[in-house]
Design a protein around this ligand. Structure first.
Ligand code: FES
Length: 227
């Protein structure tokens, strides 16, 4: 029997959204603001979204191969351990060894980037099997729903819609629009949650359109009605 894993892994973003050595994506997990990116060698990175120099958001910066460069003074930080490795204004000066970005554990599994806030520093282990099993092989990403609601509210709504919690953290299985679906719940902030929907239905199919409509209905059931 599979047991839920205890480690606080959060499904923060679809893996395909982070291109190696190219882009930075803003993310959240339990109120922690994150800069998500992928080094040129392919490894997913999840850093606190603040440069340790003067706290400018890393998401304003750019990826330079296996480094993240801050937008303000251009200091560069290495993938993996977040160590400052270059200061463009002082190219001859050795980078200060005590300046480090805050790095959280990040892994790719089941088409998602998962972040573990309890793990600081580079990952030395591969993804737990439960994460890899969160979405059946061959399923497709449908969409991410942004929900102005707390995670508990979302869990209750998913249960009302017949979803059941799976072995991976935040992974709920059920059907939406008569299509088997996995909803990966991300507790982003106290009143902000995301669910990443995965399904066996192929993109562009009629069933996928029905699923999108059902997802909108689900969101309407979760978010408070505007008055
Ligand atoms: S604030 Fe980032 S390099 Fe100065």
């Amino acid at each position: 029997m599979t047991h839920p894993i205890a480690a606080p892994w959060h499904p923060v973003a679809p893996s395909a959204g982070l291109r190696p050595g190219v882009n930075i994506v803003a993310g959240f997990a339990e109120g922690q603001e994150l800069a998500l990116w992928r080094s040129a060698d392919g490894a997913a990175q999840a850093w606190e979204n603040r440069c340790p120099h003067r706290s400018v958001r890393f998401t304003l910066g750019q990826v330079v191969e296996n480094r993240l460069a801050c937008a303000y003074h251009g200091w560069q930080y290495a993938a993996g351990n977040g160590q400052c490795v270059g200061i463009p204004a002082h190219p001859a000066m050795p980078a200060p060894r005590n300046v480090c970005a805050r790095v959280f554990g990040a892994v790719d599994a089941a088409g998602m980037v998962w972040v573990n806030l309890a793990h600081e520093g580079p990952m030395t282990a591969s993804a737990p099997q439960a994460l890899a099993d969160a979405v059946p092989a061959g399923w497709h990403f449908c969409r991410t729903l942004t929900l102005r609601a707390g995670a508990q509210q979302v869990r209750e709504a998913l249960a009302r819609h017949g979803f059941a919690a799976g072995a991976a953290p935040g992974a709920w299985r059920g059907t939406l629009g008569d299509t088997p679906t996995v909803a990966l719940l991300l507790d982003a902030q106290p009143q902000l949650a995301f669910i990443h929907l995965w399904t066996e239905t192929a993109p562009g199919s009629e069933a996928m359109k029905t699923l999108h409509a059902a997802a909108r209905t689900l969101r309407g059931d979760i978010e408070p009605t505007e008055t």
